[in-house]
Design a protein around this ligand. Structure first.
Ligand code: ATP
Ligand code: MG
Length: 236
């Protein structure tokens, strides 16, 4: 559309998007970014900061403190991603939930995010390595290495062939050298990472780049951990 402006006005003759076109363009960009991230819609809708309970479920005082610290670190990172955020903790402690919340927040800001479940990523790379693959191996590898925000979810759950380890190492080293914003979640302890991935551990321990938040909360998925809910007395 064109604006009605007097002759000589800088907007004279210029074509502008109307509000509904702008909204449509924003919506389609958001959809493209969500699709690009690789995150299914249901995860993006379910695992938000708003749905995260920093008190956890059945966590003791110390566990609640670590959950709160992880929630604060993830929210801070989501508002301004700098360096790396490393979330460690046992299964079901909320690592993936917080990582997805960060992705959702950054996508809303119009940023390109790539969410990689590490075992799937390495399988994918291996598949594209096949000369008959429709996706170029280099293309996917470059994409993961250089995307503005990368989330590596569940590091340590991948099969540890030498090839897979090498690929992971190359991605991590590139992003560490270039200081590219990266979120890593793992159920491994730092000692286990050191043992299984000594070269990765050295990068992950670089406190000038990495903000490491260990979570020590019980499995949120386990119903037995949940606080007993108060039963309401029937009204008289
Ligand atoms: N503090 C919390 N508040 C609300 N929901 C939570 C919280 N912690 C975990 N959940 C929910 O519990 C489930 C398990 O959490 P999540 O997938 O983040 O665990 P995880 O630490 O990544 O575990 P794993 O190591 O097995 O991958 C998810 O559905 C998540 O939304
Ligand atoms: Mg997880």
């Amino acid at each position: 559309m064109q604006r009605r402006v007097p002759l000589g006005h800088p907007d004279f003759g210029e074509v502008f998007q109307c509000r509904c076109q702008r909204q449509e363009a924003d919506r389609s960009r958001l959809e493209r970014l969500q699709h690009y991230s690789g995150l299914p819609d249901d995860m993006l809708q379910r695992m938000t900061f708003g749905a995260f309970d920093p008190a956890g479920s059945g966590a003791d005082v110390q566990g609640r403190a670590t959950l709160k610290a992880a929630f604060t670190a993830a929210s801070t990172f989501a508002s301004s991603p700098e360096g790396w955020l490393l979330l460690t903790g046992t299964h079901g402690s909320g690592k993936t939930h917080l990582a997805v919340s960060i992705a959702e927040e950054r996508i809303k800001h119009g940023e390109v995010v790539f969410f990689a479940f590490v075992p799937d990523l390495l399988d994918h790379l291996r598949a594209t390595f096949n000369p008959n693959s429709p996706v170029e191996y280099d293309q996917l590898f470059e994409q993961v290495k250089s995307v503005p925000l990368l989330i590596l979810d569940d590091l340590g759950a991948e099969s540890s062939t030498a090839w897979a380890q090498e690929k992971l190492y190359q991605i991590v080293v590139h992003r560490h050298n270039a200081r590219l914003p990266t979120v890593i979640t793992t159920y491994l302890t730092m000692e286990e990472i050191e043992e299984a991935h000594p070269r990765l551990a050295s990068r992950l321990k670089d406190a000038t780049v990495v903000h490491w938040v260990p979570i020590s909360a019980p499995d949120y998925r386990d119903p037995q951990r949940r606080q007993p809910t108060q039963t309401r007395r029937p009204r008289r």
